[in-house]
Write a protein that binds this ligand. Structure first.
Ligand SMILES: Cc1cc2nc3c(=O)[nH]c(=O)nc-3n(C[C@H](O)[C@H](O)[C@H](O)COP(=O)(O)O)c2cc1C
Length: 273
């Protein structure tokens, strides 16, 4: 028998390849990836990055589907949302990146209709007052639209309130101690205060929570507008003094399927080499 030393080709249908990748064998190098997948890999990491992990096309597609499929939902069925699902979504949210891994966030899950309505009334009331101020006249159309939609979350079966707790990074402690006499320290503090890491951390958690809810078949919306009634909402929820409300998330089983678009990524991205 002659020994064959040339290349060996194996023909495998795409479905089988997909199955293999779906079974999460992606870390084993089968050497069987389709050309398309090579291109994808090369685009993502560049050909020279030999040691980078191979990105599974299937998993990236699943992630893309999840991220792009999520929409802000503002109409919900009356159906109750099981506590377990909410707890799981919040648990996943706590795996978000956060400043110093301090995890200085708190979440209050409100399922009691009466409390949700109280919070919504507080937001509606301040929106109505603002819309009535003479300064609102110039933008009355937009202001009225805002006012009309200010408290739709009263119909949500569940509202999650997200808070920051007391947190000060060690750098802030140093800067604060010098702020009064050192203009540079004061300037750096101003920069840091322009986007406090405690708020960035809660935002990361809330974004993660929304994806988790979406994956569970729930529909949620991030609500910044209720901050207008921050004092009242904190009082209604009787939170400790160091809790600071960042936003509400209204969630339930969706009763609408809105569409949204995004700018082409080329419009918002710039590489600096
Ligand atoms: C910081 C923040 C605050 C928001 N506040 C509100 C709000 O008060 N009311 C509301 O209806 N939607 C609010 N949204 C949802 C946005 O309107 C929504 O994300 C945006 O229109 C894009 O739509 P999409 O989430 O369906 O892609 C907020 C979103 C973010 C990130």
């Amino acid at each position: 028998m002659t020994e064959w030393k040339g290349p060996c080709f194996l023909v495998i249908p795409n479905q089988v390849l997909n199955l293999i990748q779906d079974l999460r064998f992606r870390d084993l190098d089968f050497g069987l990836m389709r050309q398309k997948e090579h291109l994808n890999h090369d685009c993502l990491f560049g050909k020279t990055e030999k040691h980078s992990r191979r990105v599974s096309h299937m998993e990236l597609q699943a992630l893309e589907k999840l991220v792009k499929g999520r929409r802000s939902l503002r109409k919900w069925k009356k159906e109750d949302v099981p506590d377990d699902l909410i707890k799981k979504a919040i648990e996943l949210a706590t795996w978000a990146p956060n400043g110093g891994n301090y995890q200085g966030w708190h979440f209050i899950v409100i399922k009691k209709k009466e409390i949700i309505v109280k919070m919504a009334d507080a937001v509606q009331s301040i929106s109505d007052r603002i819309a009535g101020w003479p300064e609102a006249k110039e933008w009355q159309g937009d202001v009225d639209r805002y006012r009309k939609n200010a408290s739709f979350f009263r119909n949500a079966p569940v509202v999650v309130a997200a808070f920051t707790g007391e947190y000060q990074s060690v750098m802030d402690k140093v800067l604060l101690a010098r702020e009064s006499f050192d203009p540079e320290a004061k300037q750096v503090l101003t920069f840091r205060r322009s986007a406090p890491t405690s708020i960035q951390s809660v935002a990361a958690a809330v974004a993660t929570m929304l994806l988790a809810f979406h994956q569970m078949g729930l529909g949620a919306v991030w609500l910044g507008a209720p901050l207008m009634a921050k004092g009242e909402i904190e009082a209604i929820l009787r939170v400790p003094a160091d809790f600071s409300l960042i936003c509400l998330v209204a969630v339930g089983y969706p009763d609408e399927s809105p569409q949204r678009d995004r700018k082409p990524v080329g419009e918002v991205i710039k590489f600096v080499y």
